[in-house]
Design a protein around this ligand. Structure first.
Ligand code: PLP
Length: 383
């Protein structure tokens, strides 16, 4: 076993880039400044400038204008704000919301909360590969539909949706479109002009930035009611003193993502394909979950029939390989993944799902070692 465990869980979170840490440091130690960005004195103005520069950098990642970025405390909060804030700001009578069944819980649980408040929610099922068809969403559209939320790429199975076509159809019915791009922003170009959404959620810690900071891109003119109140920060869309260090780190991570993304994508997808090849060689009945080609460059989700994903995960961990079974955020629970169930897997195959997610630091040697350890564990558990 390598001295250091092999980390193959980049979809859960990524290590902080040292350049990001350097950018954040002055805002943590007070060497640079410790002002409250709302204060009008020298230190306050310095902090305000730092936040606004970061806003520029995050906007550049999305080809957007800095005024369209609202910082939040996480990707989860960006999703909450997109759904709850938009539905609460909608015109009377526009109380219908559509979401896909494979959304992250940040979206699904927001939809459930709205349902308890009396809104109507429709869940759209994907096909076996995790794709949401334009037709299935179109059939669910009503005159009262205010918002449709479909994620750009799924965090468990990596399937990438055709967001532009979905958004165009939704707009033709006069409704708004939100996409959760938390997993795609680190790996794919996201251009607010071509994606044609009204709201886009992203966060820093999937792109080698700090945990605990996210952002919601809001198309100018879109009405969103704040869900956190008590201050005028973020143009009255998100109250609370800004986490300056985290926001500065997010800005730096966004700039570095723009520099590395293309190269990362090519290298990581080659390693991912190699991992799939190696795993399938020794385990002929290994099943790939998700779409074979329309999937995130770093994502590999597989099931080994007859072996629980949680059992594999624990055995891999004991041998120094860190992966995930189901979404990291809900891995405390042993319920089969809602995503694998939604694409039609039986309870037993859904419980067998294991997600490998690769990143900037993943090496070929690590991939080979992880595959060989995986084979040994499967062999042992089957005999
Ligand atoms: C698709 C997706 N949306 C939202 C989130 C939540 O982001 P955060 O961890 O910043 O709250 C995650 C995190 O796993 C995610 O993968």
């Amino acid at each position: 076993m390598s001295e250091k465990p092999i980390y193959l869980d980049y979809a859960a979170t990524t290590p902080l880039d040292p350049e990001v840490a350097d950018a954040m440091w002055p805002w943590l130690t007070g060497e640079g400044s410790y002002g409250n960005p709302s204060s009008i004195h020298h230190y306050g103005r310095m902090a305000r400038t730092a936040v606004d520069n970061a806003r520029d950098e995050v906007a550049a990642l999305l080809h957007a204008d800095y005024s369209e970025i609202t910082f939040t405390g996480s990707g989860t909060e960006a999703d909450n704000l997109a759904l709850i804030g938009t539905m609460r700001a909608a015109q009377p009578g526009k109380r219908h919301l559509i979401v896909s069944a494979i959304e992250h819980h940040a979206v699904l649980h927001s939809a459930m909360l709205l349902e308890r408040e009396g809104y109507d929610v429709t869940l759209i099922s994907p096909n076996r590969e995790g794709l949401i068809s334009v037709d299935s969403v179109q059939e669910a559209m009503r005159d009262e539909t205010s918002l449709v939320s479909i994620m750009h790429a799924n965090n468990e199975i990596g399937t990438i949706q055709n967001i532009q076509s979905l958004a165009q159809m939704v707009h033709s019915h006069g409704a708004l479109f939100h996409t959760d791009a938390v997993q795609t922003a680190p790996l794919m170009d996201i251009d607010v002009k071509t994606l044609e959404c009204d709201l886009i959620s992203i966060c820093a810690h999937k792109m080698y930035g700090p945990r605990g900071v996210g952002a919601l891109w809001i198309r100018p003119g879109t009405k969103v009611a704040p869900i956190i109140v008590g201050g005028a920060q973020e143009r009255e869309k998100r109250a609370g003193t800004e986490n300056v260090a985290a926001i500065v780190g997010f800005g730096k991570a966004a700039t570095l993502t723009l520099q590395h993304r293309e190269q990362d994508g090519v290298r990581i997808s080659c390693l991912r394909d190699m991992l799939l090849g190696l795993l399938s060689e020794g385990i002929p009945d290994l099943q790939l979950n998700g779409h074979p080609s329309m999937r995130l460059a770093n994502n590999l989700n597989v099931s080994v029939p007859g072996i629980e994903g949680a059992t594999l995960l624990m055995n891999l961990d004991m041998r120094g390989v860190c992966v995930s079974s189901g979404a990291a955020c809900s891995s405390g629970s042993l319920e089969p993944s809602h995503v694998l169930k939604a694409i039609g897997l039986s309870d037993s195959l859904a419980s067998a799902g294991v997600r490998f997610s690769l990143g900037r630091q993943t090496t070929e040697e690590e991939v080979r070692e992880a595959a060989s350890i995986f084979h040994e564990i499967v062999e042992r558990l089957r005999h």
